[in-house]
Design a protein. Sequence first.
Length: 158
Amino acid sequence: MFLRWLLFKATFKKIGKKSLVWPGVFITHGYNITAGDALAINCGTHIDGRGGLTIGNHALIGPNVFIGSSNHALTVSPEAPRLFAGHFPSPVSIGSNVWIGANAVICPGVSIGDNSIIGAGSVVTKDIPANVLVAGNPARIIRPLEKDLQTEKSQSGS
């Protein structure tokens, strides 16, 4: 695992300590990816860093997640078909303590706030605020998580 971390330390623009990237993760343009400490990326995930990606501390990315950070041109002409129009950057930001469930899709240009949970199979097309549970296609807020955080603290005696 240490050797894998060294490989991703060389691939990413920055990756924090105690981060874990499982085998079978596909990353393009890693030089545009900045990640905090204790990041965990599960197998089968595909991350496109072309447009820029920032990930906070303690983020969990489930298996088979897709994160895109660039798009193709929306308008084209016969002289410049879409195939040759290139990509344009649409940076993605994922906050700290975010959990992205299996098979979720994070579309280009999206920001996800701290402490949020993205349900398995969700398609995130718009910004997600902090401290919410979202799910669906397109993803929508199911409920806030602030009460859950307070309940968990009181149950643990903190």
